[in-house]
Design a protein around this ligand. Structure first.
Ligand SMILES: O=C(O)c1ccccc1NCC(=O)[C@H](O)[C@H](O)COP(=O)(O)O
Length: 202
């Protein structure tokens, strides 16, 4: 099971997550988040990350110039678009990207995936009106399609205590966690991170 630890705000937390076996680290470039980092902070964190760990840059309906500016300053491996971005918008950066889908009750997941043919995968997250992500809430894991042919990253309210059950139910390719492994908003708890990665891997 691939594990992405999202909302990394400092090099120490990045190092702890990598030491615990994280496959990917998420950096949030969204001012509304308690986990938001500047390009300068992100560049410093990137220096603490080994080359074979995926560094993911997360944006929410950001203006294109801002994304380009971040890309020029931070060596991101993958982009994560967590708002209502169109395929045309996401593809303009010519970088690999995953698209977050918020699992509103009436969302047609396969249709939403079809709108992003160039996406490398889809991060399925809980839906809470007015909050784009990092809600700490989960959704019905049985709604994860088993026949999409897509790389699926399961997110939303995962913790060391529920991730094994989530993986068993949803059968994703990867899991993503933010609040469930924090000591406080924006600071990770290394023991929770390690416990999460162990539990995700069964
Ligand atoms: O983490 C945030 O604060 C955040 C804010 C706005 C958009 C996305 C955000 N996080 C994206 C992630 O990939 C989170 O890991 C995902 O939403 C799950 O969060 P959590 O339920 O806290 O594990």
């Amino acid at each position: 099971m691939q594990v992405k630890i999202c909302g990394i705000t400092n090099s120490e937390d990045a190092g702890d997550a990598v030491a615990a076996g994280a496959d990917a680290l998420g950096l949030v470039f969204y001012a509304g988040s308690p986990r938001c980092v500047t390009a300068e902070q992100a560049a410093a964190i990137a220096k603490a990350v080994p080359p074979f760990v995926t560094l993911v840059g997360l944006f929410v309906n950001a203006d294109s110039a801002g994304v380009e500016d971040t890309l020029a300053r931070v060596p991101l491996n993958l982009l994560q678009f967590h708002g209502t971005e169109s395929a045309e918008y996401c593809e303009q950066f010519r970088r690999p990207y995953i698209k977050a889908l918020r699992m509103k009750d009436d969302l047609d997941v396969l249709a939403a995936m079809a709108e992003h043919p160039a996406a490398r995968g889809f991060l399925l997250d809980a839906y809470r009106p007015g909050v784009p992500g990092g809600t700490g809430e989960s959704f019905d894991w049985q709604r994860v399609p088993q026949d999409s042919g897509q790389q699926i990253v399961l997110a939303g309210g995962l913790t060391p205590g529920n991730v094994a059950r989530a993986v068993d139910t949803a059968q994703p390719q990867a899991v993503d966690v933010s609040g469930g492994v924090e000591a406080s908003p924006g600071r990770k708890d290394p023991q929770k991170v390690a416990a999460f990665i162990r539990a995700a891997n069964g």
